[in-house]
Design a protein around this ligand. Structure first.
Ligand code: SAM
Length: 212
């Protein structure tokens, strides 16, 4: 079966999670097989995390879909991602913000920052900037962000990320050690912050000044 056909079957299967057509269409446009090591390409369209080296993983497609859905991403938005990994989630968010928007994605491990950048370039994304740094401190240079997507689990929501979230902004972040919860953080127009738990998840740990 061709990659595109496999991708369609995978994306169709995600509909049961209540994912919108807008997110599903974006996922249909991103070739996940270009974001994993070549030897694993046959498994690219299975709904599971896959190893990308350095003890890290590309998240399962349903998790990427759920986080994008919770973030309610519109075209033109400026988004910060913490944990570039393979660059796949950044590519999907890049599809959702379009040419008018921009994704800044920060990766702690230099080899993975290079891997993500290479994959994104090969897949043709121009509206994504990959930076190698400790993303638990956010990325003050380009703040504030309308959305923040954190793809590794923090002990608590890092203060710098709350500060760098724009008014009316939304952040999705896994929180906890062992038992993790995906937390949706919202900031209102006046800067008041609220927290809501979506449910249990499993992510690799956020390592850094405001991480583990
Ligand atoms: N979003 C990625 C993708 O689409 O492939 C998956 C990310 S993987 C589940 C989590 C990533 O977070 C790993 O690549 C890990 O190195 C990174 N990470 C952990 N702590 C970090 C930190 N403080 N700053 C930036 N990246 C971090």
């Amino acid at each position: 079966m061709e990659f595109e056909e496999r991708r369609k079957i995978l994306i169709d299967s995600l509909k049961i999670n209540g994912i919108s057509d807008r997110v599903l269409d974006a996922m249909m446009r991103v070739p996940r097989h270009l974001f994993i090591p070549e030897r694993l390409q046959e498994t690219a369209y299975m709904d599971m995390p896959l190893p990308i080296g350095h003890d890290q993983t590309i998240s399962a497609p349903h998790m990427v879909a759920i986080m994008c859905e919770l973030l309610d991403i519109s075209s033109g938005m400026k988004i910060l991602e913490v944990g570039s990994g393979s660059g796949y989630n950044a590519a999907i968010m890049a599809e959702l913000v379009g040419d008018e928007g921009h994704i800044y994605t920060v990766e702690r491990i230099p080899e993975l920052a290079y891997f993500a950048e290479k994959n994104l370039k090969r897949a043709g994304y121009r509206n994504v900037t990959v930076l190698q740094d400790d993303g638990s401190c956010g990325l003050a240079k380009h703040a504030p962000y309308e959305r923040i997507s954190v793809t590794s689990a923090a002990p608590e929501v890092p203060r710098p990320l709350i500060d760098q979230l724009a008014p009316e902004g939304i952040m999705a972040i896994p929180v906890g050690n062992g038992e993790q919860q995906l937390v949706v953080v919202k900031k209102d127009m006046k800067g008041k912050v609220s927290y809501k738990s979506w449910g249990a998840v499993i992510f690799v740990p956020l390592i850094g000044k405001y991480g583990y």
